[in-house]
Design a protein around this ligand. Structure first.
Ligand SMILES: *[C@@H]1O[C@H](CO)[C@@H](O)[C@H](O)[C@H]1NC(C)=O
Ligand SMILES: *[C@@H]1O[C@H](CO)[C@@H](O)[C@H](O)[C@H]1NC(C)=O
Ligand SMILES: *[C@@H]1O[C@H](CO)[C@@H](O)[C@H](O)[C@H]1NC(C)=O
Ligand SMILES: *[C@@H]1O[C@H](CO)[C@@H](O)[C@H](O)[C@H]1NC(C)=O
Length: 342
């Protein structure tokens, strides 16, 4: 009787899942996952089973997400939207996904993200935004993202990254930043300092390779010496410095002839010149010191040899002389002694 009831409920559950499974998807009731990958979908299928935990939508042509797009699957933990045609995400697109842990948005056409876009995903652990066209990330994406451990933005168009954004991910362990258009000027100092601390604490990153200015192209941001960032610390960095095109102008013209904004910008550019000059100076100092030391040493050696030779000769002479004098002294003494009684 009990067994029959169980069987009946199982059958009803399977039927329910089967009935609730969208036309182009495969629903796996045991794992509560729904696979709608590679089906040529252009939007989210409407009748998803409400108990779904994993939703595969990869390799489709979904081009937009409305607000509350996943309202029907509030239990979702993993959402895969990789290799679709998303260019924008409506604010609130992920609202209602209180339990989402993994969100994969790689290989889309995203170019910007709204401030606070992921504020409704407090449990998020992995966010993959790689291989898009993102040129700017807002200072805030998720509220205190204490569970986020993986953040991937490699292969985008980023020139800089706001340190506040990284600071909101207090437990991030893996950070993918490679293959962007990193502009290694003062605006990236915050990222450099944050990354140094991050790596020191055991975090892992694939690195930040500078794309501009020309002097630093191909160089690793973490390997640029700290001294070169000194001008960045001395002055406030103005927002005008962000204007495209002014970098080249500032780099070729002299500081005295600029308007204020441009001069500020030239201060923002890292100056690689002081290092070689300092190096040359140091090398010259070492050579001069070496030569002087060598001469002094040689002179001391000559003096020592001369001194020894002189000492030896003197000693020899003195020895003979002493022998003579002691003999004559004895003679004199004898004479004296001989003569004294007299
Ligand atoms: C991306 O999806 C398309 C179908 O929309 C597919 O033809 C292509 O092979 C997929 N690319 C990758 C790398 O999987
Ligand atoms: C998303 O789909 C891609 C392509 O099928 C796969 O390689 C990747 O592992 C999936 N990611 C997640 C988190 O399911
Ligand atoms: C997202 O999917 C891609 C393949 O499309 C995969 O290489 C990557 O590991 C996935 N990211 C996460 C965080 O699972
Ligand atoms: C982080 O994850 C833990 C364990 O799953 C959970 O208890 C906690 O509420 C999560 N943090 C937030 C801010 O949701």
């Amino acid at each position: 009787m009990k067994g029959e009831l169980l069987l009946l409920s199982n059958v009803m559950f399977l039927l329910g899942v089967a009935c609730g499974c969208p036309e182009k998807c495969h629903c796996h009731s045991s794992s509560k996952s729904v696979d709608c990958g590679r089906q040529g979908l252009v939007e989210i299928p409407p009748d998803l089973p409400p108990q779904t935990l994993t939703l595969h939508l990869e390799n489709n042509q979904i081009h937009q997400l409305p607000a509350f797009a996943f309202r029907s699957v509030p239990q979702l933990m993993t959402l895969n939207l990789s290799n679709n045609s998303l260019s924008t995400l409506a604010l609130g697109a992920f609202d209602g996904l209180q339990h989402l842990q993994v969100l994969n948005l790689t290989q889309n056409s995203l170019h910007s993200l709204e401030n606070r876009l992921f504020h409704s995903l407090p449990q998020l652990r992995e966010l993959d935004l790689s291989s898009n066209n993102i040129s700017h990330l807002p200072a805030s994406l998720g509220k205190p993202w204490e569970n986020l451990t993986v953040f991937a933005v490699q292969q985008n168009q980023l020139q800089q990254l706001d340190r506040t954004l990284l600071e909101s991910m207090s437990n991030v362990r893996l950070l993918f930043l490679k293959d962007n258009l990193w502009k290694c000027n003062c605006h990236l100092l915050g990222l450099k300092l944050w990354l140094e601390k991050f790596i020191y604490k055991g975090g892992m990153t694939d690195g930040v390779i500078c794309a501009s200015p020309d002097t630093w192209r191909g160089k690793d941001l973490l390997k640029i010496p700290h001294e070169l960032y000194q001008p960045c610390l001395s002055d406030q960095v103005p927002s005008q410095a962000l204007q495209p095109g002014s970098a080249r102008r500032a780099a070729v013209s002299l500081p005295e002839t600029h308007s204020v904004g441009e001069r500020d910008h030239s201060e923002c550019e890292l100056q690689p010149k002081p290092k070689p000059a300092n190096l040359r100076h140091a090398v010259a100092t070492v050579i001069i010191t070496g030569v002087v030391c060598g001469i002094v040493c040689l002179m001391m050696l000559v003096a020592a040899i001369y001194g020894c030779a002189y000492a030896a000769i003197t000693a020899q002479y003195c020895g003979e002389h002493l022998a003579q004098t002691s003999e004559s002294g004895r003679m004199e003494g004898k004479e004296l002694f001989d003569s004294s009684p007299a």
